[in-house]
Design a protein around this ligand. Sequence first.
Ligand code: FAD
Length: 366
Amino acid sequence: MTSPKDEAGDTRGPSRRELLLGSLGLVATPLLGACNKDAAPVGPGETKLPKDKVPKERDMKDIDVAIIGGGPGGLAAALTLGRAGREVRVFDAGPPRNAAATHIHNFVTRDGTPPDEFRAIAREQLGLYPSVGVIDARVSAIAGEAGEFVLTTAEGEQRARRVLLCTGMVDEMLELPGFAEAWGHSIFQCPYCHGWEVKDQSWGFLATNSEGLEHGFAQLLRTWSRELTVYRIDGVEIPAPLSEVLASRGVKVETRSLRALEVEGGALRRVVLEDESRVPCEVLFAHPPQRHVSLVADLGLELDPGGYVQVDPMTRQSSKAGIYAAGDLTSRAQGAIFAASTGVHAAAMINHELAALGVYPSSVAP
Ligand SMILES: Cc1cc2nc3c(=O)[nH]c(=O)nc-3n(C[C@H](O)[C@H](O)[C@H](O)COP(=O)(O)OP(=O)(O)OC[C@H]3O[C@@H](n4cnc5c(N)ncnc54)[C@H](O)[C@@H]3O)c2cc1C
């Protein structure tokens, strides 16, 4: 007696082991299934590719969705689309935003998982879906329109009906000596992610702008530690009424501006103030400025007042038809599980839209 898989013979696709090995590799992972040619709204004659840049055959395949970014957002989106039989390629340039962190926390079932392991597990699971491929390559440009996008990558060019941006954000390191060295080790942005492990140590909140103060971030941090001091950089003022509220909650407010951090092997020891006095401090929370990757900045999409890519709340489509966005680049509410959630949301809406247009996976196409 043969199983359905055995009957499929050579057409069954790669074995689970092959998929696993391929998907764990850090090189291109072309886990390609049948191409969805039937419903393709673009044909070779309709592309806008320059003649001197004929892509490799593999890359000439039209796909349903090109996902740019292989973090929690992009990987979760790929899973949803793969489970709908959609031809998907995830392009990832690395490194992830949380590259400096040793563990991901506050993601149920994955609490305490190293970021690399998180991505490897995701790629392993995606390996089970033959229409999904993960390619380690940077996308340098996106041209074309909905239905016929053309992506330029180091691996060649890729045509896709829809694009999902999951490129995250880039944290700009402050020019304070010691800041970059301690980032992700003892300087954190989110207490839900890293507060528990260092609770009750001597904490500081570094106000880099008025926003965090106005939103009560200092009061929030008090949840984890009795020992909390608010610091500021030059140009940021801590309003007197707020100082009074903080004092009533046992939070110290340092009026001298912060000039440097004393760090040993990533571990913060002291902060150095403008008058050169040194104050012991083990953990600092801060929100350095963020920027979009150049690919996203160059697209000229509409941004929200915070500078994040504006998406339709229902569809997660950006201001450019056919380009969707999910994850950190769409919100200041940044966390791995938020990114994964919005990735799933965007993926489901893209599939919904393609289905509404009558574009189906080739295996079920009318
Ligand atoms: C130090 C630190 C620690 C953190 N710890 C936690 C934690 O413990 N728990 C938690 O929930 N959250 C944590 N976060 C937040 C979390 O990392 C992010 O919210 C999450 O990674 C966002 O996922 P994303 O998919 O939107 O983007 P990212 O994870 O940043 O992934 C984006 C990917 O896109 C790639 N990319 C960008 N441009 C291109 C391009 N042009 N072509 C191809 N690929 C491209 C990048 O290389 C990157 O791999 C932490 C953040 C930091 C900075």
